[in-house]
Write a protein that binds this ligand. Sequence first.
Ligand code: RAM
Length: 541
Amino acid sequence: MSVTILESTSTILPPKEQLPGAVRSNFLHVAEALTPTLHEWTERPLGTVTFKLDSTAFFQCRAVPQHTVEELSKLAWGKGDEFTLDFGSHRVGYFSFHCGIQGANADAPARLRLTFGEIPFDVMEDIQPCKSWISTSWVPDETINVDWCPADVDMARRYSFRYIRVQVLDTSAKFKVTFQNIRVRAVSAIDPSAAMPSFRTQDAQLNRIDEVSIITLRDCMQTVFEDGPRRDRRLWLGDLRLQALTNYCTYRNFPLVRRCLYLFAAMPLENGAVPACVFEKPVAKGSSDYIVDYDALFGSVVYDYTRESGDLDTAHDLWDTILQSMKSILSYIDASGRFDSTLGEAWAFLDWKPELHKDAGMHGLAIFCCKAVNSFARLLDKPPPYEDVVSKMTAAALTFYSKEHSVFVSGPDAQVSWASNAWMALAGVLPAEQCKKALLATLVHPDAVKPLTPYLFHYFAEALAVSGAEVECLALMKDYWGGMVEAGADTFWECYDPNDARASPYGDCHNNSYCHAWSCTPSYLLRKVLKDYLVRSGQVA
Ligand code: RAM
């Protein structure tokens, strides 16, 4: 995705393109040797559905079963007809069917339009024209011509969907088409029947949230940890961090994480920084997209991986890249030890919320990353490189703290946001009890800038959990991720605003991804971060 204009009151401007540096072919070879063979299995639709308006539902509609697959196979469809297949849950893979005919002869191609929908809006209304400011070529509709029916049709591209809207654009006066043997060859780096550490709470809603997280992660785990199998279908560093953490307490697939780490290290930018994302195809290549916070998080991702896997060789291999990845964020620290976005032009992300002022959040994130690299250095018997920086920045963090309101604030208008308070708490700039107070004050602050994406919701939830606000963390999870489940999610979404079913960072929800990596973290929060609390409070065995 190439990011263009984003209206923002933040002083950090969206991206300046960065030039790629020389590829480190030794690292690339390691990554290539770790390319997984994908598991494949067949899934079939449950039948067709129609959508009935329902003002009580999040998407204002309810799917109503129409035909079984058996019934569908006997029906014939001509010009202007359409139906919508329901596969029962989210699928990622290759779609096939047999296109039969009813009539004397097929004297023309059958022209079909197929729209692959992750949510009802994708298939119950016209998905084009899409008004998003990112490329509309992501929008998953295809027009195909099937010559010489009857024919077996195997669609070449991979799709991510639960529903498929099939519109018959034309046949001829002499024939109609029929549909049999409808199926998807589903793919993932994960064997769908693979065992994983068992985990069950006393709360059915939390268990369902855990299940949906795990399926979200599985469907994003392909030959890399993709951000979303529908869009952008590539490896982003911020997404990888959260996927990897969730993977460690679920699938525990270490080689795929290792592959991704080496891909990033193999394709640095010209200044040695780690790109925000990398491409696998047509050949491995670093992207010119650069995000200063993603870059800085690289060390923490390798640190998590090392602690979980015990693989010290990878840690030593990637140590220089880790030190390089900290340079950009540290160049934003002014003489007083404060993060100051006016010192450069790189894109600081934290979340897609346009009005978010990012200095305080970036300040906390920078400390968090420095601390992770310091701890990592100790693990590797190296001198911790950022102890002075951490002391200075921790002291300077107090200049972002409003004693009057007991929260961290950012910018000339003293903006209160979930981002600022989450990252300051995760950085541990104040004792946990005070961080908890700031987080709880943020939660009830009438003007606090809330996250737009589950990416930042995650960090806020994690901050609550590690600051001793486990009860509030669980309540937030049930409300936010539970809200998505309630709204019909069988995989978690890139963006969720409970008050706006059409919310999108991109100007049109038809270009949103509804199986998105950075939303899969409830399993990590429940199974790891909140585990002791859940055991202590008798909510899990
Ligand atoms: C979105 C991607 C990805 C995220 C970037 C910043 O477009 O899908 O999830 O890391 O933006």
